[in-house]
Design a protein around this ligand. Structure first.
Ligand SMILES: [Zn+2]
Length: 396
């Protein structure tokens, strides 16, 4: 399953063989034990006809006639279908996924979404074929259920997602804006998956890995909406789509915030023409507070002091912050006053002590002397009304 479709390229039909079993026997097939029998009958018939079965790692037996049953058996996959029943691609590729070693996919919900697997949340990831048939499928040209494709975690597990296309965020570090290409479009520049470690949403004592991927409404995903989807891989190894608070199904402007220590994944835009989602990823302070804050003061830079000194300010709010007429002050009440500046969520700006040309990420106080004492100082950020918003104290 690549470039957006399930394909059977490389698959060889070894032949059509008679099996020495009656239609009554076929009608009775249902459930895993009998499914294994059906698979074995097909293999035995093929071997009796000297078919080259052993040349293939994966085997599929299709029996025409009988009731409708299908599934994974030891050694391969079997479909036992009446002549009038179409072999639906969604069913077929779900079972082939099992043959390639994939488990069902899950959500964080407490109950399964379909019969056949009683584990909590089983079959509940509607963006992933390993939750078939409880998935967002589409009708293909032969009016059969088709899609969706695989989530990024399964692709990685199968070796289909090169590590150079995965961006792993450490638990601390600077914010980053990045392009996330649709997972069905590996031909498009950008990462295909983002991942970061964090506290489990279920158990504060446990650690999870969170992932984000862009699923585009095209190809085998044309039954889906175009969204960024967040999954949580808990210590039990299962991959859960996050369908309860907070929900990991994100449109443009949507955010996912992991539990403290928090990482924020914000979808800045979805470009379905370019097949790219633009994400802003950053970390909240340990308190989880969502305000504008002073992240750090570089008070003792290498080189000349006033030119190298800066204060780094970040907007951790869910919305934009207008810094017009805000002030930044040291303990000696030297004051820098902001001109019109809008900080988007997750955006940062440096206030340099020295001179230079201002841009969206760099402002200049224009001083010829240092302001931030190397022996210790306090930086205070106040809004236009004079109310303190953030304070950063340090000692040498
Ligand atoms: Zn299954």
């Amino acid at each position: 399953m690549s470039y957006g479709v399930g394909g059977l390229g490389g698959t060889v039909v070894l032949g059509f063989f008679e099996i020495p079993h009656t239609s009554t026997e076929l009608m009775a097939i249902g459930g895993s034990a009998q499914r294994q029998n059906a698979f074995n009958w097909g293999v035995e018939a093929a071997r009796a006809a000297n078919a080259r079965l052993d040349d293939f790692d994966q085997k599929v037996v299709v029996l025409n006639g009988g009731g409708n049953d299908h599934g994974k058996a030891a050694g391969g996959v079997t479909f036992v279908y009446a002549d009038t029943t179409p072999l639906e691609p969604t069913f077929m590729f779900h079972e082939l996924g099992h043959e390639f070693g994939l488990d069902h996919s899950f959500s964080d919900e407490p109950a399964p979404c379909a019969l056949g697997d009683g584990r909590p949340g089983a079959y509940c990831d509607f963006t992933d074929i390993m939750s078939a048939m409880n998935v967002s499928s589409f009708q293909d040209a032969m009016n059969r259920k088709s899609g969706p494709s695989l989530n990024a975690v399964s692709r990685k597990w199968l070796g289909w997602l090169h590590r150079s296309r995965i961006r792993s965020f450490p638990p601390v570090g600077p914010p980053e804006t990045l392009a996330l290409a649709a997972v069905n479009r590996p031909d498009v520049d950008g990462y295909l998956m983002v991942q970061f470690a964090g506290t489990s949403r279920e158990d504060p004592a446990a650690s999870s890995t969170y992932t984000a991927e862009f699923r585009e409404r095209s190809g085998w995903d044309r039954g889906l909406g175009s969204r960024v989807i967040v999954h949580e891989i808990r210590s039990d190894g299962l991959v859960r789509m996050l369908r309860s608070n907070p929900v990991g199904i994100l449109s443009a402007g949507g955010e996912f915030v992991s539990p403290s220590p928090s990482t924020v994944v914000r979808v800045e835009s979805l470009d379905t023409m370019g097949h790219v989602a633009r994400l802003r990823v950053w970390h909240l302070p340990p308190t989880g507070s969502r305000d504008v804050r002073i992240v750090t003061v570089l008070f003792d830079p290498e080189g000349p002091e006033p030119q190298g000194e800066y204060v780094l300010i970040e907007n951790d709010r869910t919305g934009s912050a207008d810094l017009d007429r805000w002030t930044l002050q040291d303990a000696a009440q030297h004051t820098y006053r902001f001109a019109a500046l809008t900080l988007a969520p997750g955006a940062t700006v440096k206030v340099w002590t020295g001179t230079g040309t201002d841009d969206a990420e760099n402002l200049h106080w224009g001083r010829h002397q240092a302001v931030w004492n190397n022996t210790g100082d306090i930086a205070i950020l106040r809004d236009a009304g004079g109310t303190e918003v953030s304070r950063f104290a340090y000692t040498a």
